[in-house]
Design a protein around this ligand. Structure first.
Ligand SMILES: NC(=O)c1ccc[n+]([C@@H]2O[C@H](COP(=O)([O-])OP(=O)(O)OC[C@H]3O[C@@H](n4cnc5c(N)ncnc54)[C@H](OP(=O)(O)O)[C@@H]3O)[C@@H](O)[C@H]2O)c1
Length: 350
């Protein structure tokens, strides 16, 4: 297969990881990246890790005619929340003109189309949706849990980073009577993107630890959507924290097991939920963030003492929580091996 891929928002952290992954992907023949602020600059001036690995420069605007020359055109949107939703009508006209309408595989890394209805979007994002007509036209791509849903799809909403961790932790609990889960999770500073802010600036972050958006983080909406889809009568109280690391998410989901389920039963459920899923690794006890970062793997562990139980999830927010899962979704959508371009471990320690 000879894929051409075009990245909108290629100068950001997600865009950089997409460029890195796609440059090494065996089925991607050619690659372009759009940046308004770095147009004409070589990729490696913004992403220095790509020096010598990926030639080329950022484009000021997307070249849809170039993308349309491919039998397998793929566009990744790695722009801030709201941008793709706003730009979609204009993009659709451009795609029609280029003959891409029915052929383009579009994968959005933002939160614009992850929720299926406008009411849920307004509740969790605190604003009305910029393009409600587009809601429901994207397939939610939680690749490790529901790969079949993505196969053959042309529009995919890539899950949020925290949402990926929480949902992959919750998935094995479907069908159990668990009324409440407390979710404590931490993220590294790269989760907020490239533009520095008070919460991501190194001096204010490197020696600090704090909760933020407690009980109201926007990824709660994706978690509620999953619980509803799986018929889970479970409330999830989610408290995110900023940790003094750059990459990585670690989530602890704490709950009480129902009568009749013990540690062996919980382990079986996790194994069954992810049987044959190449990127999900069941570990003993607690996973390590540093063992998951730099890779598309998600590591899951658990602890049980009597009725008290916890599931632990560790992943890389920029890979499994973003660009890695997006490439995995591309592989699934196009019928490629899921592992293509993604079958490597990160360095350890991270
Ligand atoms: N960081 C994470 O861990 C993570 C995880 C999952 C999902 N996400 C989501 O993925 C998306 C990208 O995140 P990121 O961390 O890569 O962000 P980022 O580092 O801030 O990069 C975003 C890029 O989008 C471009 N951009 C900004 N405004 C734009 C506009 N109005 N039109 C077109 N392009 C614009 C910028 O490039 P130019 O200014 O050069 O054009 C920028 O490089 C966001 O929606 C984010 O919420 C992030």
């Amino acid at each position: 297969m000879s894929i051409r891929a075009l990245i909108l928002g290629a100068s950001g952290y997600g865009g950089g990881e997409l460029l890195r992954l796609l440059a090494g992907h065996p089925e991607v023949s050619s690659l372009r990246g759009v940046s308004r602020n770095h147009a004409s600059k070589p990729f490696h001036l913004v992403h220095p890790n790509l020096r010598g690995l990926l030639e080329g420069t950022f484009d000021a605007t997307p070249d849809w005619a170039w993308l349309a020359q491919s039998e397998h055109p793929v566009c990744f949107a790695a722009m801030p929340h709201g941008e793709l939703a706003k730009q979609l009508p204009t993009l659709e006209s451009a795609w029609a003109e280029a003959g891409l309408t029915d052929r383009l595989t579009l994968i959005d890394l933002s939160g614009d189309f992850r929720l299926a209805d406008a009411e849920a979007f307004a509740k969790h994002y605190g604003q009305s949706h910029p393009n409600p007509a587009g809601l429901g036209t994207f397939t939610y791509g939680l690749a490790d849990a529901f790969p079949e849903a993505v196969q053959g799809q042309r529009r995919i909403a890539n899950p949020g980073c925290f949402a990926t961790a929480l949902q992959l932790g919750l998935r094995p609990l479907a069908g159990l009577a668990i009324p409440h889960v407390s979710a404590f999770a931490i993220t590294g500073s790269s989760g907020s993107g490239m533009a520095p802010s008070e919460t991501t600036h190194h001096p204010t972050r490197a020696t600090d630890f704090r909760a933020y958006k407690a009980l109201v983080h926007q990824h709660q909406g994706e978690v509620e959507q999953l619980c509803s889809q799986l018929g889970m009568d479970t409330t999830v109280a989610f408290i995110p924290h900023s940790a003094p690391i750059v990459r990585g998410i670690f989530a602890t989901l704490q709950f009480q097991l129902p009568e009749g389920v013990d540690g062996v039963g919980l382990q079986q459920r996790i194994q069954e939920a992810y049987a044959g899923r190449p990127f999900v690794r069941l570990v003993e006890g607690s996973p390590k963030v540093a063992a998951a970062t730099g890779s598309n793997f998600v590591d899951i562990g658990f602890a049980v003492e009597g009725r008290e139980a916890a599931i632990f999830v560790a992943l890389d927010n920029l890979l499994k929580g973003m660009a890695g899962q997006a490439v995995q979704n591309m592989n699934l959508a196009l019928g490629l091996s899921e592992k293509a371009g993604l079958w490597f471990a990160g360095g350890y320690p991270g």
